[in-house]
Design a protein around this ligand. Structure first.
Ligand SMILES: Cc1cc2nc3c(=O)[nH]c(=O)nc-3n(C[C@H](O)[C@H](O)[C@H](O)COP(=O)(O)OP(=O)(O)OC[C@H]3O[C@@H](n4cnc5c(N)ncnc54)[C@H](O)[C@@H]3O)c2cc1C
Length: 342
């Protein structure tokens, strides 16, 4: 049964929204959906740069495993539109600031239109830095090169797999998962010498070798994506090549829309893996700036659809709870004033 529609509300830029939600991935959409459940209004901004933009299938999303990610977002938007309390703005955000005097937030979109809201949800996601310098890397990204082995890999586990580089003990973890999913072999491709290496990493590499991992230090000339069931080819500078089902490699990630966070004064911290993230606190994803909430990949190490959704829900609830709390504080003050005046 659809909810009764809002009387006489036009969600234009003249409207004061409960929340300005920046990002329309699973985090931003979940924040909007949660707010909609209590008639919270939101403007959701998106410049349509989704992390898994190539239309990959999303895995380990309960009840939606192996569905194309764009389809999940489409269904999500359709569900939100049912409530009539969300305005989707298909534009990037150029600037965001807090109006201290009015106690509100202002967002300027890339066409110069200004939007006002009581709270902000930053759900801008992250960008994977494609900085290996190896030809073909970007073309194979998400096809044969996988940053998360829960997301992808098992579909090609009948072929040997690869791991690109071994710069930290984290790589041993990838090797463990590759072996666990049953790949018939795993090779660490160094793209040159793996040295220098600290003691902890060397020890991890020894464990990997003991578990059967091979090391190949030939310099890589390029990655070539083969057909859907064929995996990928690694061509070396010496003219030789090898075929693998997939290669695991986790690039550094950096927060999207850093200028937005900076404009609001939201703290950006190192993520401990060479990249950065926005600092958020439990349970609602509040940031160091009162009234600004953080959700999704931009604020968490374990980046996934479901965690983005769960944080979006938390941020949506955080916005609603804060607004209700503020209203109760205001009315509480009125009650006190009335009691005092007799
Ligand atoms: C190749 C690949 C495969 C993956 N597969 C899986 C999988 O199988 N299962 C899984 O759970 N996870 C998977 N993930 C991770 C998953 O895609 C992310 O965790 C999830 O998309 C994060 O959601 P999000 O809402 O935080 O960010 P995103 O989905 O990246 O959305 C970011 C939003 O912010 C907007 N935005 C950014 N900057 C601005 C700006 N300046 N102005 C306006 N809007 C802006 C974007 O336009 C977009 O709407 C995969 C990731 C990759 C890279």
């Amino acid at each position: 049964m659809p909810p009764p529609t809002l009387p006489n509300v036009t969600l234009t830029s003249n409207f004061l929204f409960d929340a300005l939600i920046i990002g329309a991935g699973p985090a931003g959409l979940s924040a909007a959906l949660t707010l909609s459940r209590v008639r919270g209004t939101s403007a959701v901004f998106s410049n349509n740069t989704f992390r898994n933009a190539k239309g990959h299938r999303a895995h380990y999303v309960l009840s939606r495993d192996h569905q194309p990610a764009p389809e999940l977002r489409r269904i999500g938007r359709e569900e939100i539109e049912r409530y009539g309390t969300t305005r989707f703005v298909e534009r990037g955000v150029a600037r965001a600031r807090r109006d201290e005097v009015a106690g509100l937030f202002e967002v300027e979109d890339e066409r110069g239109e200004m939007w006002r809201g009581r709270k902000v949800v930053l759900a801008t996601g992250v960008a994977d830095a494609m900085e290996t310098g190896i030809e073909g890397y970007e073309e194979c990204w998400g096809g044969g090169i996988h940053q998360c082995l829960f997301c992808d890999g098992i579909e090609m586990s009948d072929l040997p797999a690869g791991v690109l580089g071994f710069e930290s003990p984290m790589q041993l973890h990838s090797i463990g998962l590759i072996l666990k999913m049953g790949c018939p072999g795993v090779t660490v491709f160094g793209n040159g010498s793996l040295e220098p290496m600290d003691d902890e990493t060397r020890r991890a590499l020894q464990v990997a070798k003991r578990r059967g991992a091979k090391v190949d230090e030939r310099r890589i000339a390029r990655f070539v994506q083969l057909g859907e069931r064929e995996g990928m080819e690694i061509r070396f500078e010496d003219g030789s090549s090898t075929r693998v089902g997939f290669v695991a490699h986790k690039p550094v990630t950096r927060v999207n829309g850093r200028h937005i966070a900076d404009g609001l004064g939201v703290e950006v911290v190192a993520d401990g893996m060479g990249g950065d993230m926005l600092r958020r606190s439990e349970p609602f994803g509040g940031s160091n700036v009162k009234g600004v909430f953080v959700a999704g990949d931009a604020g968490v190490l374990m980046k996934s659809f479901v965690s983005a959704m769960s944080q979006g829900v938390a941020a949506g609830a955080g916005v609603a709870n804060t607004l209700v709390g503020e209203e109760h504080q205001r009315v509480g003050q009125e009650v006190e004033d009335l009691e005092r005046s007799g």
